[in-house]
Ligand binder design. Structure first.
Ligand SMILES: C[S@@+](CC[C@H](N)C(=O)[O-])C[C@H]1O[C@@H](n2cnc3c(N)ncnc32)[C@H](O)[C@@H]1O
Length: 249
């Protein structure tokens, strides 16, 4: 969905984007017994398991520079052309990275399984922010991916058999991605939070401004809380994020 480079939009990524332990557990479980793992679109190193041999691949120098000391070794490259031989790793993982590009490469370099954590674009309407304030989000999604099952069909066409496990977003999610603040609406008014979410860089600035103005007004008047009282009691919410696990033959 993003045509923007993280060299442009990723400068403060590490400030608001830290792995969430609940999501981490779901991703690590999906890796099963894999000992060697390639992490593609690795960014600042979130969700890389420390008890396995991880090789990170990331195209953006700005993101690489934010990897903490002691993070897995990283190679500057893109998912579409991984500089590794076939079957080089037990598993390939990719987290919140481009959901359509490089999938055949992940399958090629992995021996046993591919693990993806991402958002199903066909589920965009599940989130109040998109529905009520930022319909421009839906416009970013190419038409062919707007039906609920399009992403799954694409994955099955590439990987064959596949398990898609819905991963609800915790109410206090520590990784500030688009859906993370579903119970903390004020967060979307914060420029620093929006700077860590690529969606906001892709939607025309005027639309983002009108969305944040409308949300601010609704929060001030109590209208948001009135409409979403039920959300405030929940500890997690399904917003269309999934772990996809493909076992390779
Ligand atoms: C939202 S960040 C996710 C980073 C990390 N996986 C995480 O969970 O924090 C998306 C990452 O995908 C990378 N990316 C974008 N296009 C890519 C491509 N064609 N191949 C590999 N990575 C790409 C970006 O540079 C960025 O670091």
């Amino acid at each position: 969905m993003t045509g923007l480079s993280y060299d442009q939009i990723g400068r403060s990524y590490a400030a608001t984007r830290r792995a969430d332990s609940r999501l981490e557990t779901a991703i690590w479980q999906a890796l099963g017994s894999a000992r060697s793992v390639i992490n593609v679109g690795a960014g600042t190193g979130s969700y890389e398991p420390q008890d396995r041999a991880v090789t990170a691949v990331e195209p953006s120098a700005v993101m690489i520079a934010q990897r903490p000391a002691g993070a897995a070794p990283v190679l500057q490259a893109a998912a579409e052309q991984l500089p590794f031989a076939d079957d080089s790793f037990d598993a390939a993982m990719s987290v919140l990275s481009d959901r359509h590009r490089g999938l055949t490469e992940l399958r090629r370099v992995a021996r046993n399984r591919v693990v993806l954590f991402n958002f199903n674009p066909g589920d965009a309407g599940l989130f109040w922010l998109t529905r009520e304030y930022l319909p421009g989000f839906t416009e970013l999604i190419p038409e062919r991916y707007r039906s609920t099952d399009a992403w799954e069909r694409e994955l099955r066409a590439i990987f064959g058999d596949l398990t898609l496990v819905p991963v609800p977003v915790p109410h206090d999610c520590t990784d500030g991605f688009y859906g993370a603040f579903w119970q903390r609406p004020e967060a979307y008014l914060d420029q620093a939070v929006r700077d860590g979410i690529s969606v906001f860089a892709q939607i025309p600035a005027a639309q983002v401004k009108s969305a944040t103005n409308a949300l601010r007004a609704d929060l001030t008047r109590g209208a948001w809380h009135h409409r979403h009282t039920g959300l405030l009691k929940r500890t997690e919410l399904h917003l269309g994020y999934y772990v996809a696990v493909a076992e390779l033959e």
